[in-house]
Design a protein around this ligand. Structure first.
Ligand code: SAM
Length: 223
């Protein structure tokens, strides 16, 4: 069995979009208690096909959940402050990940606007870690496409501005529906070959959860 019902959401997304393939290198942000780790590891196929899953959460994951083999590793860290160069150092051969999943969400306060705002912060962080400075530049680019250098100072001490998602890679971000959440969709759209929204069937009717699915990261032309 799966350690949480969130497994069924990823299974549906996986069935429709095949984000994870045999041999993928997967980064799972907000991975506890570990249901997505289970689905991700199963999606890699048999161990001889290789691949890897790195899970990160504030909470410790009680490992190993069923279906997880030695390809699955987890660390405890705050994704909001973990620098992307450290994340890259944790990726296979330091070359980045081919799939990034974020199921991160704040501990729900019940105050809808506050929860939505926190969810957007976590979602933006996932996008930034994936695509680097391109997440910020697309916001600040003016009409002529000139970029006003108004990018986030994050990670400015390193040369790492390109994010940890490989070209061609896929990104999945859970969000709570809001205007700002839609904007994350707008920012990511030009950076990927295909992007779409999905509300899995396993989502409770009262929930405002929605998943942004971005497929095929385009190369960074400014590099
Ligand atoms: N996908 C998981 C699974 O299938 O088992 C469920 C994830 S749960 C809905 C959301 C998780 O996001 C929580 O475990 C929470 O600790 C984590 N989270 C929230 N903010 C975080 C942060 N800043 N850094 C790391 N994890 C965070």
């Amino acid at each position: 069995g799966y350690v949480a019902r969130s497994a069924f959401k990823l299974l549906q997304i996986q069935k429709q979009h095949k984000l994870i393939k045999a041999g993928s290198s997967v980064l799972d942000l907000g991975c506890a208690p570990g249901a997505w780790l289970q689905v991700a590891c199963q999606s890699l196929g048999p161990p001889k096909d290789g691949g890897s899953v790195l899970g990160i959460d504030l909470k410790k994951v009680k490992v190993p959940p069923l279906h997880c083999d030695s390809r699955v590793k987890t660390i405890s860290a705050d994704v909001m402050t973990l620098p992307s160069h450290q994340l890259r150092a944790l990726s296979p051969k330091q070359k980045g990940f081919s799939v990034i999943l974020s199921d991160m969400c704040p501990s729900v306060s019940g105050i809808t606007t506050k929860d939505a705002a926190l969810s957007v912060e976590l979602g933006m962080r996932a996008l930034y870690l994936a695509v680097g400075r391109r997440a910020a530049l697309s916001v600040y680019a003016d009409e002529d496409g000139n970029q006003e250098g108004k990018q986030s100072d994050d990670d400015s001490s390193t040369s790492e501005k390109s994010g940890v998602l490989k070209v061609g890679g896929n990104l999945l971000i859970k969000l709570l529906e809001s205007e700002d959440a839609k904007e994350i969709g707008q920012i990511s759209k030009p950076l990927f070959t295909k992007s779409s929204w999905l509300r899995p069937k396993a989502t409770r009717p009262s929930s405002r959860e929605i998943y942004l699915i971005c497929q095929g990261l385009k190369p960074d032309e400014d590099k």
